[in-house]
Each structure stands twice: as structure tokens, then as C-alpha cells.
Design a protein around this ligand. Structure first.
Ligand code: GUN
Length: 289
């Protein structure tokens, strides 16, 4: 048996097209385009590439992109002052401060300064709390993209055993919350978990977000399980995920790396920005987004 490949690239293209339709509706009914502000401090090459591709995708979806590139020497106070201006700017529906920030800036102080109703990254503790308690808010883009793929492949997730490997605030914890909301039975595994292979073997759904190349092995996989690989590890052999591609011989479906979860993240960022604009302007939006 060979697992079905979950085509995140194709799903993301469809999502971006639906977002572009929504953005056109916002312009027609709300009088302006949705706006996303992206802030980059310093010139880390990888972050610079991400910020450029976010800007391009934003414009391609018919939205306004506000790019703020600040020097490495920017102080925490200066960055917070920019966040305050963006919070107050009516043309800005979403604010994303690219992480990691230079070490002299207190990341937490910056993230908590963003208006939770413009926090399209879903990193503000208010949005983490909303997700945990079933209130409307913003869900971090990567786990939201993983959930969309899972629902597309499996339909109803209720009652399924899900194992999330990794407990970060950005992926593992919100992923677990989303799966609980879908009525899965959720286990969050991490570096201290005893018998990780045994834990993963029980799972109908595996989401791997640990950052260790090909860690998840074929003999850990329950036959037919659905595997979502969030890992992007740069190795001499190129980009590899956290899941060994050989798991395809046991799994029912799995995401490739690249072309799986990665393209979903930016598409979900655009989706969150559109939803923010609709809420702020009182324009109805398609819940199926
Ligand atoms: N750095 C890497 N990925 C992300 C992301 O999704 N959001 C932000 N703010 N920074 C990142």
C-alpha cells in the first residue's frame, strides 16, 4: 500500500482564490481592500524571504500590503510604538511581527501589544485563551492549515485518536486545541514522552512538529493513519520533514515536504486577514473559508 499524497499546494491555491473573491467583496461592500501589515526587524535572510512572499501573496489576493522593514538596532520601545500606530490605523486589519526578533527585544512585550482583534498570527494570549475556551478569535496559521487538510482528507474527525508531537505555542498547543474542538481524543507528545513509538502507534492522526529530520519511522505508524508533517529541516540532502517518507508504505495519507503544510500557512494568513477585515467592516464572510 502507498499513502495518498495530501496536496497542500493545490489546496492552498484554492483557498487563496476563495480569499481573493472575499477580498473583492470587501472592496465592493466595505469600500476598501483588506490590509495586512508585516513588520520585519533586522535582515535575517530566511525571514526576509518569508516577508517578501507574504507581501506578494497579499497583493495577489487583492489586499493591501504594508511592509515595515526596521534596522537590527531598533529598540523594543520603537517597535512597540510602531505596533501602536498599526493598532490605531483603520486601513490595517492584520498585524504580523515576523519572529524571531533580535535578542535585545522582548518578544512577549511586542506580541502582547498587538490588538488581539488584528492579531492574524493568533499569537496573542487573548487569542490562545479564546481558542482554548471556544470563543471566536484568530487561530495560528500553521495549525489552522493542518486542520483544513485533515478535514479535507477525513471529513468528520470526531472520535479519532490524534497524536501531536511537539508542544510549542505556535503549532503543538493550538493544534491540540483545534483537534479537541473537533472531538478527537488528543495526546500531546514531546521530548520527555516515554515510548513515543508506542504512543504514535495508537494514532489515527499524527501531526509532527518537532524539527527533527525524519524522526517518525514507518514501524511507528498504525496502518491507514493520516500523517501531517509540519517539519522543515534543512539537511545536506535538501529539505526534509519530521516524518520519514518511507512511512508512506504504512499510512493512508500523508503530506509531502515541501508542498504539504508549508503553502497552507501563508494562505491561512490571508484567510485570517480577510476574516478580520470582514469583522471590522461588518461584511458577511463565508464560514467555509
Ligand atoms: N516566523 C516563522 N513563521 C512565522 C509566522 O508564522 N509568524 C511570525 N510572526 N513569524 C514567523
Amino acid at each position: 500500500m502507498t499513502a495518498t499524497t495530501i496536496d497542500g499546494k493545490a489546496f492552498a491555491a484554492g483557498l487563496r482564490a476563495r480569499v481573493a473573491e472575499g477580498a473583492a467583496k470587501v472592496l465592493a461592500e466595505g469600500g476598501r481592500k483588506p490590509g495586512l501589515a508585516v513588520v520585519l526587524v533586522g535582515d535575517d535572510p530566511a525571514s526576509s524571504v518569508y516577508v517578501r512572499s507574504k507581501g506578494k501573496a497579499t497583493v495577489a489576493a487583492g489586499m493591501e500590503s504594508f511592509e515595515h522593514r526596521l534596522p537590527e538596532t531598533t529598540s523594543g520601545a520603537e517597535l512597540v510604538a510602531l505596533v501602536d500606530r498599526l493598532n490605531a490605523d483603520p486601513a490595517v486589519d492584520g498585524i504580523l511581527v515576523q519572529l524571531p526578533l533580535p535578542s535585545h527585544i522582548d518578544e512577549r512585550a511586542v506580541i502582547t501589544r498587538i490588538d488581539p482583534d488584528k492579531d492574524v498570527d493568533g499569537f496573542h494570549p487573548v487569542n490562545a485563551g479564546r481558542l482554548a475556551t471556544g470563543l471566536e478569535g484568530f487561530v495560528p496559521c500553521t495549525p489552522l492549515g493542518c486542520l483544513m487538510l485533515l478535514r479535507d482528507v477525513l471529513g468528520d474527525l470526531s472520535g479519532k485518536d490524534a497524536v501531536v508531537i511537539g508542544r510549542s505555542n505556535i503549532v503543538g498547543k493550538p493544534m491540540a486545541q483545534l483537534l479537541i474542538r473537533e472531538s478527537c481524543t488528543v495526546t500531546v507528545a514531546h521530548s520527555r514522552t516515554h515510548d513515543l513509538p508506542g504512543v504514535v502507534r495508537r494514532a489515527d492522526i499524527v501531526v509532527a512538529a518537532v524539527g527533527r529530520a525524519k524522526m517518525v519511522q514507518p514501524d511507528w505508524i498504525k496502518p491507514g493513519a493520516t500523517l501531517i508533517d509540519v517539519g522543515i529541516n534543512r539537511t545536506k540532502a535538501g529539505l526534509v520533514g519530521d516524518i520519514d517518507p518511507a512511512c508512506a508504505s504504512v499510512a493512508g495519507a500523508m503530506t509531502p515536504v515541501p508542498g504539504g503544510v508549508g503553502p497552507m500557512t501563508i494562505a491561512c494568513l490571508l484567510r485570517n486577514t480577510l476574516v478580520s477585515a470582514c469583522r471590522r467592516l461588518g461584511v458577511a464572510y463565508d464560514r467555509a473559508l
